[in-house]
Write a protein that binds this ligand. Structure first.
Ligand SMILES: Cc1ncc(COP(=O)(O)O)c(C=O)c1O
Length: 437
């Protein structure tokens, strides 16, 4: 294979300089600040492809951090959004399509008996935690280290830590704030748990049981290493929450509609009390959902726990969600995403071994994680600290220069728009880039 041409970024560089004068750090989300070689500007997306302001084309495995499960700009979905929006945008009142969407989710998701829609995953998580506290009358939120639940104060803890020492002992992890400005007092309302460590989790939860409002987790630890729960682990969380009278929340912002139409809860056959959905639900249009058992959602229904939002369940987002669910169902997309994901993981493993820089690949397939590590399996957050992130950053930069766009943290996303030829192209490029590393 001849070496693919390097990309050039002059136009984006100019726009970035301009942006820094009016947008803090030149971006609208901290995660975008980490773009290579600096935050880039994009002009167009179509299927698995995205174009930047310099006209460079990339095969896209970031999919806007996950939402674009049908790929960029699916024409049928855009037509339905345009048609619905031509009638009206938002009403500060209910509309029938929103009701249809709620009925559809209730049908698909095992634990969804009642719902509320919001705009972002962070907001829906916030509503879930307030509801869990309101329902139990207890203060304590148990969260796993390395799990990401959005950027709000009560969960912006123990997402990343400088090192294992800052994180405290594995048997009693310490809350580590993600940001300056997060109030210290939040730490006293948090219990930090290690993922896939049943005995430690059981001990910690039992010790704090009387204060425990909720256990929240990503049912697959997508945001750090894409670490699946070990057999029995989610069942243990379910059993302990039942025993201790706490609310089990699955944050399905990534897993929801991506690994199964019924989410991770259907995939693993463990039903939480509450679950939060976002990202893939509307293929990138802003909508999220809090869905749960009627009994636990009751304080919202009665107005005892408040959830609100001027922009909630806007017409374009609801139309996009209905179109996404239709296409996911009709196209039997999930079996294909698992198959393509498996092929890509196998081919990347092979290419990286041949190039002398083996990647560890983990995850179910529709999303997975790639990284350089001395370990042969990554089981929990402490293990992820052994990833060679500097080397992976060089790999991501090389892939980018050769037309494959990846997320720096190591997670890869697949869409219905990816074809086997795109998988082969990515693996071939990875081989060339790694050989030159
Ligand atoms: C598991 C999980 N929960 C919550 C969020 C926050 O969602 P949003 O960025 O829409 O606020 C994210 C975002 O990446 C996520 O991955």
């Amino acid at each position: 294979m001849s070496a693919p041409s390097r990309k050039r970024y002059q136009q984006s560089a100019k726009l970035y300089q301009r942006a820094r004068r009016v947008l803090a750090g030149g971006v609208s989300s901290q995660f975008r600040a980490y773009g290579y070689p600096h935050p880039l500007f994009y002009t167009r997306g179509e299927g698995p492809w995205i174009w930047d302001a310099d006209g460079n084309r990339y095969l896209d495995f970031t999919l806007s951090q996950g939402p674009l499960i049908l790929g960029h700009s699916p024409p049928e979905l855009l037509a339905r959004v345009a048609q619905a929006t031509a009638q009206g945008q938002i009403y500060a009142g209910q509309h029938e399509a929103e009701l249809e969407l709620a009925e559809r989710i209730v049908q698909l998701v095992p634990g969804a008996e009642l719902l509320r829609f919001s705009l972002s995953g962070s907001e829906a998580v916030h509503a879930a935690i307030r509801l869990a506290r309101g329902w139990t009358g207890r203060p304590l939120v148990a969260k796993f280290e390395g799990h990401y639940h959005g950027w709000f104060d009560n969960v912006a803890w123990s997402i990343t830590t400088p090192d294992a020492e800052a994180a405290g002992p594995l048997e009693a992890p310490r809350p580590v704030p993600w940001s300056r400005g997060v109030p210290d007092e939040e730490a006293s309302r948090l219990l930090i748990l290690p993922w896939n460590q049943p005995q430690i989790v059981e001990n910690l939860l039992r010790r704090h049981g009387e204060q425990l409002a909720t256990v929240i987790c990503e049912p697959i630890m997508c945001n750090n290493g894409c670490i699946v729960p070990e057999p029995g682990f989610l069942v243990l969380l379910r059993r302990l929450c039942d025993e201790l009278g706490a609310v089990l929340i699955f944050d399905e912002v990534i897993t929801g509609f991506r690994i199964d139409l019924g989410g991770a809860q259907r995939y693993y056959d463990v039903t939480p009390d509450l679950a939060v959905f976002g990202k893939a639900l509307a293929n990138g249009f802003p909508i999220s959902a809090l869905a749960g058992k009627a009994e636990v959602m009751e304080p919202l229904a009665r107005g005892q726990v408040i959830h609100a939002g001027t922009m909630n369940s806007g017409v374009p987002s609801v139309a996009a969600a209905l179109a996404t669910l239709d296409q996911l169902e009709q196209g039997q997309v999930h079996a294909r995403l698992f198959e393509l994901g498996r092929q890509l993981m196998d081919q990347l493993a092979d290419a990286s071994r041949r190039a002398g820089h083996p990647l560890l690949l983990q995850g179910p397939g529709p999303m997975f994680h790639a990284g350089f590590t001395p370990l042969d399996r990554v089981r929990h957050y402490r293990d992820t600290l052994q990833y060679d992130t500097a080397k992976y950053a060089r790999f991501v930069a090389g892939m980018h220069d050769h037309g494959v766009r990846l997320i720096g943290r190591g997670i890869w996303y697949l869409s219905a728009a990816h074809e086997p030829e795109h998988i082969e192209q990515a693996a071939r490029t990875a081989y060339e880039v790694l050989r030159a590393l």
